[in-house]
Design a protein around this ligand. Structure first.
Ligand code: ADP
Length: 506
């Protein structure tokens, strides 16, 4: 994701809030960008957040709170409740009451009105949501402003439209809501993942208990405010915060009918084991190791931009990131040279600066994990290239990193790193690259760059991946389904397909 490119050329002097390191751009001779910080004046944040249960915020029974910090400043933003098993029980009880009492019985067109209302309020408060997302998660404001928040609103709009049209989604069947959905989301697209999960659940008549990731709870808590403002009946959406133990308590709660999880393959497997043998429905959207394939007949500059978009924007914190690059041998040197040149121009730094390309790594443990993989890549014998950009003194940062001379057996090629680290391999024939691209435990996404339409169809049909982009990368739309093959998960979210996990058909 992340399509907006900064303009080159004129530099109107702007009021500078903090000095930024001066850096020479290779192709722009002797000028750099002035700081362009997004204002935070309009953001209203509490110093402490409780749990959103039954339509209101309440203290956790556990009495415990934890801090959510900004990964770009390492400063605390707010304290957030740590929900215990008893708190999870309260949330599930409220969701069950709302399901039985109001939501499942409500006229579908009325349900739709509430969901439209949520979408509109998110749009009205889009700037505030974008800033909070960048503060709490570290992603560049351009990304949260232009991608995360509009897409989150877009998902609520899209599914609001389905609420009274379900018979058309499932012709000749009788779709009934499943009941209470337990939803657990990760830290890479906090509000967007909440929208992916909540919108289809509500449209189909289910009620929800959602748990955001412990490092990025704030936009989900702001969404709770939106839900209050939209006047949803109490208990229809409950938002509880906490870490893995809270998530596990939700998964194991006997009165939850469906689990929707997005996160690591490791936790996905734990969840699958935990609910095996129960009647709980589930969808899992897990890790990925996408192949981005560039043929010699591709428009090389566009492909380079797509590669950068696929792995470096959003710090590589995307499960569908194009982390394995396959380049046809005849153009490999050219592509790698242009890629290195482009990497030199990427700006790493303050997520709230509108010029920033790559923000902060989401947390210290994640940064340590990425650094470990960078060391592993070097130890395995791949050749490393990192851009020379300056990094801020405080916060969690990683330079865009490229490995050439990587091979299929390398761990940096096989394992998900979830950081701005790209492993490059070359190929000669279509058959060879299909085999190499499919040689992974994952199968979430992929990309193909070529001038030939026929080649696109040949390749996309043979790649074992849920989404394959052609001559673009990381493009999303609420109407198109998303999900993986193999260890990348079970089920689809988005589009018409995203309704299915939330209904029982008779
Ligand atoms: P990542 O590696 O991307 O941080 P995780 O899979 O660890 O992803 O976390 C994704 C979400 O799953 C987070 O909300 C986290 O709190 C939650 N989680 C972690 N462990 C468990 C567990 N055992 N059961 C349920 N949820 C969990």
């Amino acid at each position: 994701m992340g399509k907006t490119r900064r303009k080159t050329g004129t530099t109107t002097p702007r009021k500078s809030r903090s000095p930024r390191p001066v850096r020479k751009l290779k192709f722009a001779t002797d000028w750099t960008y002035s700081a362009a910080p997004e204002s935070t004046d309009h953001v209203r944040l509490e110093s402490r957040y409780g749990l959103f249960i039954d339509g209101k915020f309440s203290e956790p029974r556990s009495g415990r709170y934890f801090a959510t910090i900004s990964p770009s400043t390492e400063k605390k933003i707010a304290d957030v409740a740590d929900a215990s098993t008893a708190d999870v029980g309260r949330a599930v009880k409220a969701a069950r009451r709302a399901f039985d009492g109001t939501w499942s019985k409500m006229k579908p067109s009325e349900r739709g009105k509430y969901i439209f209302r949520i979408a509109r309020i998110i749009q009205e408060r889009a700037r505030e949501f974008a800033v909070v997302e960048s503060m709490d998660g570290g992603k560049p404001i351009r990304e949260s402003r232009d991608v995360d928040i509009p897409l989150a609103a877009g998902h609520f709009f899209y599914y609001a439209g389905w609420a009274d049209k379900l018979p058309y989604a499932f012709p000749c069947r009788d779709p009934k809501p499943v009941g209470v959905a337990g939803q657990i989301i990760p830290w890479n697209f906090p509000l967007l993942m909440a929208a992916w999960k909540i919108a289809p659940a509500l449209a189909t008549g289910n009620t929800v208990v959602l748990k955001p990731a412990e490092t990025t709870p704030l936009t989900a808590l702001k969404l709770a405010e939106v839900i209050q403002e939209a006047d949803l009946p109490p208990g229809v959406v409950n938002i509880i915060t906490g870490a893995g133990e809270t998530g596990a308590a939700l998964v194991n709660h006997p009165d939850v009918d469906k689990i929707a999880f997005t996160g690591s393959t490791e936790v996905g497997k734990i969840i699958q084991k935990a609910i095996a043998g129960s009647k709980k429905k589930f969808t899992l959207e897990l890790g990925g190791k996408a192949a981005n394939i560039v043929f010699e007949d591709a428009a090389i500059d566009q492909a380079v931009e797509g590669i950068v978009n696929g792995i470096f924007f959003n710090q590589g914190h995307v499960c569908c990131a194009g982390s394995r690059l396959f380049v046809q041998e005849s153009v490999a040197d050219d592509v790698v040279r242009r890629l290195k040149d482009r990497m030199e121009t990427l700006i790493v730094g303050d997520p709230l600066d509108k010029n920033t390309d790559i923000g902060a790594i989401n947390s210290k443990p994640q940064l340590e994990k990425i650094r470990e993989y960078i060391q592993i890549g070097q130890d395995e014998g791949a050749e490393i290239y990192q851009s020379s950009c300056p990094l801020p003194a405080k916060g969690y940062w990683c330079r865009p990193t490229l490995f050439t001379k990587a091979s299929q057996s390398h761990r940096i090629v096989q394992e998900e790193i979830f950081g701005p680290v790209l492993a490059v391999q070359t190929f000669r024939t279509v058959e060879e690259v299909i085999e190499k691209a499919n040689n992974t435990p994952y199968g979430l996404s992929g990309g193909v760059w070529t001038d030939k339409g026929a080649k696109i169809f040949k390749i996309t049909g043979k790649l074992r991946a849920g989404v394959v982009w052609a001559n673009t990368f990381n493009m999303f739309d609420p109407s198109s389904p998303f999900g993986g093959y193999k260890e990348s998960g079970v089920g689809r979210e988005g589009g018409l397909h995203g309704l299915l996990p939330y209904v029982n058909l008779s």
